[in-house]
Design a protein around this ligand. Sequence first.
Ligand code: ZN
Ligand code: ZN
Length: 357
Amino acid sequence: MCDISRREFLFSGTAILTLAAEGELLGGPVPAGAAEAATADLIAPDIYFHEGNVADNADAVCNNGWIMFEDYVLVIDANFPAGAKLIIGKIRSLTDKPIRFAFDTHHHGDHAYGNQVFVENGGVPVAHTGVIEEMQRYETGYYGNKPGRWEEAAKGRADLRTTRLKPPSVLFSKDLIFDDGKHRVELMHLGVAHTHGDALAWLPKEKILFTGDVCVNGPYNYVGDGDVGKWIETLEAAKQLGAKIVCTGHGPRSVATVLDDQQAFFKALREQVGSVMAGRPPEEAKTQVELIRATLKGNAQIARFVATAGPDDAFPAQVQKVYQELTGKSLAALERQPRLARQVHARSHGSASASSA
Ligand SMILES: [Zn+2]
Ligand SMILES: [Zn+2]
């Protein structure tokens, strides 16, 4: 398995590579460890996508991307520490260029807790200033107060117990551009969405968009740290970029329609909660959750975003959040749901704890 050729790797992982670019990349010795790298997608020359696994305690939970500039590599999201090591190994099998920057799309653990691993490998974590503000809000242990999310997540992940939180140290308030003439990556904050500090990576030449959790491709939306109403507007701004390939924060790589679908899910959720629940007393409203779920599941465009009832069910928390946004009131009947959703998120996304708001 270890002697997979670079050509096999390219053919197994290439969706869009041009023949000229393929010829360029096929030169040189077969890199050690290329078999492992074969599980990453080369989606355009020098641009890779790696799909994470939201299963409990997976090494790489969130999706990653990386761009090989002429002199260095920029990685999209730091993942968990174990995921960071996995991704660095994959990149090392492809190039000796320094892995100079790790861009945290937001503060959640599955996107930012691997920062320290990148630092130990010569990288610098980069993020929107809102990521620091969110970390100050939720990572209370790091900032000298009571244990926060890191400490909570460390109870369930060994890789967190052997490393430490490393907030990003290169910050931008609106955007930050990497451009060496061949490749251009624009990191940009388009507004509040999944958190108050989300940023996306836009590659205008290739029309590739890495969204972080501003967009996911499956039932992975955690809404507790963001604002669903503003999220819809931020998705509208993301749509205006005109992406052809969309690499979401979780779930399979997709195309522009995933932005439409994600937005349509939130719009439908708000419409349903507004029309079915908002006028009812809180104790009565709870009885409508399954009705709304069934209605949304019946819409083919958005059905894949609607969680199924069960232990990892984030749907009631999504309903509760929207109800709160629309009415200004907490839905007493679902009061435990945000807490349950945070526990699910802490397990699968490693970013939230039951003890922090
Ligand atoms: Zn995530
Ligand atoms: Zn997240």
